[in-house]
Write a protein that binds this ligand. Structure first.
Ligand code: SF4
Length: 162
């Protein structure tokens, strides 16, 4: 198993642990939070989250991520559904959507954020990057880095934000 695959397993484990926590939230997939221009807020992704998302995107046969002209998420279908829902980033799971119960308190998920930041460091990331930039870079690297190994760059992991 390559370094990248190991790191993606850790991202998956973080998402699974989040889902198992007894925190009252209920995403009803209204996709309101996916319209970034309307909300004025965009999820920021660590590198592992970006790779996890584009792996799902590629698994569906897609090799390009395009920015929609309406400023919404590139993974949002015209039907209003997330096309990578099972692989959606951490920010989409802990978001600010009031209909889903509002944002998670950072203290509730700090340990999980720290695990994603460790993965980010192992993959040579620079901390949280806005969704479109993060997934575009991840897609390009996925195509051009056949080794898919660790690219650790010490001291470059910044905090993530939403
Ligand atoms: S990844 Fe999915 S849930 Fe997250 S903003 Fe994009 S469409 Fe919405």
């Amino acid at each position: 198993m390559t370094g990248r695959e190991e790191q993606l397993k850790e991202v998956s484990a973080v998402y699974a642990e989040l889902a198992a926590r007894p925190i009252e939230r209920n995403c009803t997939a209204t996709a309101q939070c996916c319209s970034f221009r309307a909300t004025g807020r965009t999820p920021f992704l660590t590198k592992g989250e970006a790779f996890f998302a584009i792996r799902a995107w590629r698994a569906a046969g897609r090799k390009v991520v395009s920015a929609p002209p309406d400023g919404s998420c590139p993974f949002l279908a015209s039907t209003g559904r997330c096309q990578i829902y099972e692989a959606r980033p951490f920010g989409c799971r802990t978001h600010f959507c009031e209909a889903a119960g509002g944002p998670f308190a950072r203290a509730e998920v700090r340990d999980l954020i720290q695990r994603l930041e460790r993965v980010d460091t192992e993959l040579g990331g620079r901390g949280g990057v806005n969704l479109f930039t993060a997934v575009t870079a991840a897609m390009e690297e996925w195509e051009t880095d056949p080794g898919r190994g660790n690219r650790r760059q010490k001291g470059r992991c910044r905090g993530r934000a939403k």
